[in-house]
Design a protein around this ligand. Structure first.
Ligand code: ADP
Length: 218
C-alpha cells in the first residue's frame, strides 16, 4: 500500500483542550474519490485541515506525497500539488467570480496570461458558472459561491483535492454535476471529501472512511 499511498497517517491526534478532535488515527490512501463520513463534531474538518497543511497535528506523522507538512520546504511542495475547499471559504465579495478565481490562479503560480485565462475558464465551466462568471460574488447565491470556491480548488489539476462539505448548499442538479467532475478528477488524482450524508458517499465514492469522535470506525 505505502508504495502508491498519497496520504499516510500514523496515530494522528489533535486535541482542543479536553476534546480529542482526531484520536490516534491510522490510515493510508491513494488515488480515487474517498468519502469522509461522520456526524457533526466527528473531527472531519480538523482532519482535512491537517491534510491541507493549514493546521498542525499534536502527534503522529503525516505524509502527503511522501512529504512532511511540518517541514517548510516540503509543506510548500505539498501546497503546489493541492487543491483545498475549506468549510467556510472566505471570498472577496466585490470581486467577480472570474476575478476571484483568476486571483487564486496567480497565487497558484499560473503566471502565463493565456494559460491562466484558459484555466480559469475551464474550472468555471466545470462547475457550471460560465454564464455567471462576470457577476460579483456578493450577488451570487450561496450555492453559486460554493461553486466558485470549488472552481478555485480545481485550478491547475491538483494531485490531491481536499474538499470540506463540497455538496453543502448545492441543489440536486448541481450535486450531480459535481459528482461527475470529481469522479473524473478521481481517475488521476486523490479526492478526499467530507459529508454527513450517506447517500452522497454511496453515490460516487470508491472508498469511505467513517469518523466518529475522532476515531476511524470503518
Ligand atoms: P466535523 O468537521 O466532523 O464537524 P470538527 O473537526 O469541526 O468536526 O470538530 C471536531 C471536534 O473538535 C468538535 O468537538 C469541535 O467542537 C472541536 N473543535 C474543532 N475546532 C476547534 C477549535 N478551533 N477550538 C476548539 N475546539 C474545536
Amino acid at each position: 500500500m505505502s508504495g502508491d499511498a498519497v496520504i499516510e497517517l500514523t496515530s494522528l491526534s489533535k486535541r482542543y483542550g479536553s476534546t480529542a478532535a482526531v484520536d490516534e488515527l491510522d490510515w493510508s490512501g491513494g488515488r480515487g474519490v474517498i468519502g469522509l463520513l461522520g456526524p457533526n463534531g466527528a473531527g472531519k474538518s480538523t482532519l482535512l485541515r491537517m491534510l491541507a497543511t493549514v493546521l498542525s497535528q499534536d502527534v503522529g506523522p503525516i505524509r502527503v506525497f511522501g512529504l512532511d507538512p511540518a517541514v517548510a520546504a516540503e509543506r510548500l511542495a505539498i501546497r503546489r500539488r493541492l487543491g483545498y475547499l475549506p468549510q467556510e471559504a472566505g471570498l472577496y465579495r466585490n470581486f467577480s467570480a472570474y476575478d476571484l478565481v483568476d486571483y487564486v490562479a496567480v497565487l497558484k503560480e499560473i503566471t502565463d496570461r493565456t494559460t491562466r485565462r484558459d484555466e480559469v475558464r475551464r474550472v468555471l465551466a466545470e462547475v457550471g458558472l460560465t454564464d455567471q462568471m462576470h457577476r460579483r460574488i456578493r450577488t451570487l447565491s450561496g450555492g453559486m459561491q460554493r461553486r466558485v470556491a470549488l472552481a478555485a480548488a480545481l485550478l491547475g489539476h491538483p494531485d490531491l483535492l481536499v474538499l470540506d462539505e463540497p455538496a453543502a448548499g448545492l441543489d440536486p442538479d448541481q450535486r450531480l454535476r459535481m459528482r461527475t467532475v470529481l469522479s473524473d478528477v478521481g481517475q488521476r488524482a486523490t479526492v478526499l471529501l467530507s459529508t454527513h450524508q450517506t447517500d452522497e458517499v454511496a453515490a460516487f465514492c470508491q472508498r469511505v472512511l467513517i469518523l466518529d469522535r475522532g476515531r476511524l470506525l470503518f
